[in-house]
Design a protein around this ligand. Structure first.
Ligand code: PLP
Length: 341
């Protein structure tokens, strides 16, 4: 039994999901003739109370499309220093859109309205890049699955409105935040101009992300997705996995969150663990006590068939997910308890 806790992207489609996918009615989605893709897009637009949605092969492409939609070359976006759009999308913001990033020193990947306000370049000052977009992440990835307070997000939106900026949410793990905080997704639809969500993380679909926004914006996204090579043909088989996941795998995210909290509880008591960051959702970040090295911990757990990952700066990461079952959890809890260095 191999227990893979490096990410929630490692899940494989269940038999039920595969069966559902194989029943999908499909067509050519580049001609907008795939009924299952249209169904998924409609479902997700409705969840957020927004006008339109578009299916993408990856979250990276959905975010990159959003950045392109809201900016012109030479302009600048504002995000946290740990943001996925800055750190983990291959430099796409500069490559695809020709924009620079103004990085803010947030708290566990979360920024405030005051920080955003202070970072906006004066539009009349032609020496500096024109600020045109703010991107936030909920939950934060590198911030350890932390969740924003929607009141702060509404404040950031007010700053954006005052300064003519667009506001994009990288909601790769927004489902986790919605479940953990018992929030109404329609709130998010009101706060943001565009939202990207992943189906291939906690929800357990093999592929797929969706970008939501108003009709005009999503219509413009069609051309950008085409340019990026994301126009797919009989994509309904993949969209069906997303529909199945939305029906079956959202509320159970609570279970992932509970297991992550339980793992944190054990780690906190271990003599070789230094610090365990607060656990709000399915991501758990911790550091080990010197002179123990993170690589030694990874190796030793690997020998016990437990795979976790390093995030740099001595940080270790565990991510719980749909394929991390109760028996595995019992075994990991017991192993952590017994292991010594
Ligand atoms: C995973 C992730 C994405 C998208 O990643 P893809 O692998 O391209 O689907 C975007 N933002 C955050 C915060 C993520 O964790």
């Amino acid at each position: 039994m191999e227990i893979n806790l490096i990410s929630d992207t490692v899940t494989k489609p269940s038999h039920e999901m595969l069966h559902y996918m194989m029943q999908a009615k499909v067509g050519d989605d580049v001609y907008k003739q795939d009924p299952t893709v249209i169904e998924l897009e409609t479902i997700i637009a409705n969840i957020f109370g927004m006008e339109a949605a578009m299916f993408f092969p990856s979250g990276t492409m959905a975010n990159q499309t959003a950045i392109k939609l809201h900016t012109q070359p030479g302009e600048q976006l504002i995000c946290d220093k740990w943001a996925h759009v800055y750190n983990y999308e291959g430099g796409g913001a500069s490559f695809n859109s020709g924009v620079s990033c103004c990085l803010l020193d947030g708290d566990r990947g979360m920024i405030t309205a005051d920080q955003v306000l202070a970072a906006i370049n004066p539009p009349e000052f032609f020496h500096s890049p024109l600020t045109s977009l703010v991107c936030v992440e909920n939950t934060t990835n590198k911030g350890g699955g932390a969740c924003y307070d929607t009141l702060e997000l509404a404040k950031i939106r007010a700053v954006c409105d005052d300064h003519n900026l667009k506001f994009h949410l990288d909601g790769a793990r927004l489902w986790n935040a919605l479940v953990a905080r018992r929030e109404n997704p329609k709130q998010y639809g009101k706060i943001f101009h565009t939202i990207s969500v992943c189906l291939s993380k906690g929800l357990g679909a093999p592929i797929g992300s969706v970008l939501v926004g108003d009709k005009e914006t999503i219509h413009r996204a069609l051309r950008i997705r085409k340019i990026l090579g994301g126009g797919m043909r009989q994509a309904g088989y993949l969209a069906a996995a997303g529909i199945y996941a939305l029906k079956n795998n959202v509320s159970r995210l609570d279970e992932d969150h509970r297991r992550a909290r339980e793992l944190a509880g054990i780690l906190q008591k271990l003599p070789w663990v230094n610090n365990v960051e607060p656990v709000e959702t399915n991501i758990l970040i911790f550091t080990v006590r010197e002179p123990l090295k993170d690589t030694i911990v990874i190796e030793k757990l690997k020998q016990k068939s437990i795979f976790i990952s390093a995030m740099g700066h001595g940080k270790l990461r565990i991510v719980t997910h749909l394929d991390y079952k109760g028996v595995m959890h019992d075994y990991v809890m017991e192993t952590l308890h017994k292991i010594t260095f």
